[in-house]
Design a protein around this ligand. Structure first.
Ligand code: SF4
Length: 118
């Protein structure tokens, strides 16, 4: 697949990436540098050197009942991490407000565990 041509088409506003093209990118096992170069073209075209500030808050840390092997918060991990239950809403709100005041465009709330309770 010609990733450079794909990037040029997207940058020129001549169509979005199709599902088939997306799958070709995802399934490519040997063309990482071509994909990287094309992604850089798209990034430079749409964002130049602008930065976007995203804030990620861990609203519940550790204490997870799951056993995902890669995760420091899992029940099988011995990583020395800070653990705490779900933080109160007012603290989450204050963190979101602080992120907003510092010009963050995205505020994400992450919690350990496979899902939130009701
Ligand atoms: S469910 Fe989430 S927090 Fe829990 S061990 Fe898996 S990745 Fe980590």
């Amino acid at each position: 697949m010609d990733f450079t041509a794909l990037a040029q088409r997207i940058c020129n506003g001549k169509g979005q990436i199709t599902k088939a093209e997306s799958l070709a990118v995802l399934n490519s096992r040997t063309e990482w540098w071509g994909i990287y170069g094309a992604a850089l073209m798209v990034k430079n075209h749409f964002y130049q050197n602008k930065l976007q500030l995203n804030v990620l808050m861990n609203a519940k840390s550790g204490l997870c009942a799951e056993d995902c092997g890669y995760c420091a918060q899992s029940k099988i991990s011995s990583a020395d991490i800070e653990t705490y239950g779900l933080l109160p809403t007012d603290i989450i709100y204050k963190k979101a407000l602080l992120a907003y005041k510092r010009n963050a465009t995205t505020f994400c709330i992450a919690t350990s565990g496979s899902r939130l309770s009701e």
